[in-house]
Design a binder for this molecule. Structure first.
Ligand code: AMP
Length: 178
């Protein structure tokens, strides 16, 4: 777990927006973190410490997974690969479909950026049901990458996203849990 001082600062900074974008959803607005460069730096240090020496590449999930993911990669001096939503990447790319509450979605990654055998950190801002992250992990495995770690700024305990990620046998870090 992260240090209690950082956790407390983040709890005071992240805003809870009830019933957004749908009734019943408590939206976590992380944008105030970016108004406080020192706090942002502390978050990156915490995330980088978790992954130091254990990964060869960071894969970040569009779009809020880029906000911390690139900084983690730079801090650790490893490459960063974008996982994008369908239709944004030019070919060639690899795709993975996953189920949504209603219908399905797809995420994609440029072919050839991830090398077989590389140890991967999959990063996103928030772990809810784990559906998006599970698809990202399958995308990594499809290309011969080893899913070594998952990291999130926030994990929503009640949605049991971590249960869904157990199949990958990877370490999981959540800076803050609600
Ligand atoms: P899931 O696939 O259910 O784990 O959803 C994770 C994605 O949805 C993340 O990329 C989050 O940015 C976004 N998300 C889900 N629930 C919330 C929430 N309560 N507040 C903010 N973002 C959310």
């Amino acid at each position: 777990m992260s240090n209690p001082q950082l956790t407390q600062k983040l709890e005071q900074t992240i805003q809870n927006i009830p019933d957004f974008p749908k009734p019943g959803i408590q939206f976590k607005d992380i944008t105030p973190i970016f108004l406080d460069p020192q706090l942002y730096e502390e978050v990156i240090a915490d995330m980088a410490n978790f992954s130091r020496g254990k990964i060869d590449v960071v894969c970040g999930i569009e779009s809020r997974g880029y906000l911390f993911g690139i900084a983690i990669a730079v801090a650790l001096q490893v490459p960063f690969i974008l996982i994008r939503k369908k239709g944004k990447l030019p070919p060639p790319f690899v795709a993975q479909e996953y189920d949504l509450e209603y219908g399905s979605a797809e995420i994609e990654m440029r072919t050839g950026q991830l090398k077989p055998g590389q140890r991967v950190l999959i990063h996103d801002d928030l772990l809810a049901t784990g559906g998006t992250t599970e698809a990202a992990a399958k995308l990594v495995e499809k290309q011969g990458g080893e899913v070594a770690q998952f990291s999130f700024l926030i994990g929503l305990k009640d949605l049991h996203g971590t249960d869904r990620l157990q199949q990958f046998n990877a370490e999981i870090h959540q800076v803050l849990e609600y």
